[in-house]
Design a protein around this ligand. Structure first.
Ligand SMILES: [Zn+2]
Length: 77
């Protein structure tokens, strides 16, 4: 998959593939097509060009659950 951008976007095999430019945004459907062929979903899940999928891994999920844990303990105190 050739990338027209300069510098080139991360390859689909790169751990930074989500940093590729969005070439088609379908926000109303909750996904975007990146120029390296990755379909990136709003929940940070991914559909790769080879058909593989990547589970959502939004970094904020962990801190969000940590925060709610903190809230729970704050309420119980
Ligand atoms: Zn690109």
């Amino acid at each position: 998959m050739s990338c027209p951008h300069s510098p080139q976007c991360p390859d689909v095999n790169s751990p930074e593939r989500e940093a590729a430019r969005v070439v088609a945004s379908h926000a109303e459907q909750g996904w975007s097509l990146l120029c390296n062929g990755v379909v990136l979903f709003d929940d940070t899940g991914e559909l790769l060009p080879d058909g593989n999928t990547v589970a959502p891994h939004r970094p904020t999920d962990r801190s969000a659950s940590t925060r709610s844990d903190a809230d729970l303990s704050a309420h119980s105190v």
